[in-house]
Write a protein that binds this ligand. Sequence first.
Ligand SMILES: [Ca+2]
Length: 185
Amino acid sequence: MNIKNTAGRTTAAALLGGVLALTTALTTAVPAGAAVGVVKDPAGDGRTSFKSGDVTKVRVKHGPKALRLTVSHAAESGLADVYRFNIDTRPKVAGPEYVIGAGIEVEEWSVYRARGWKGVQGEELCDGGADVDFDGQKMRVVVPRGCFGSPERVRVNLVTSNDYPGTPVDHAPGKRKYGGWVAAG
Ligand SMILES: [Ca+2]
């Protein structure tokens, strides 16, 4: 009996130690000052005969200075010609407030105010270079938060298309749907 109790306590202590270790690992996995969200989308759901631009994941890293958006694609999909990130910052106002558009050929991104889900309005607010990795089938943009009003939180919808302005190929995580809110780190 004593042996059994001792063994039980040992096991519980070991488990608790394991949980604490896991908690520590999870806490330290994300660097302080950066919040990260992931928008997932199925492979194979492209809507046109163009295969390229089939998005599987958008990683949203909302740091104190910049928003980093990294797009992953389905195996052998290839990159899309055009990326339109619809950025929502105000939940009570219908539709996205900003658009970050990126072209693969020019390897640049631009920020505009959104006009609903499809258009943009006004002058370009910011622009910069996109990081395109053709071998890894990834593309990334790093946009200063000041370009889109330094919001406390954002949620992201991505539409890819080919042959600009082109028919949309893929919507992540779905047509006129966003990933979860990501607060600024
Ligand atoms: Ca997809």
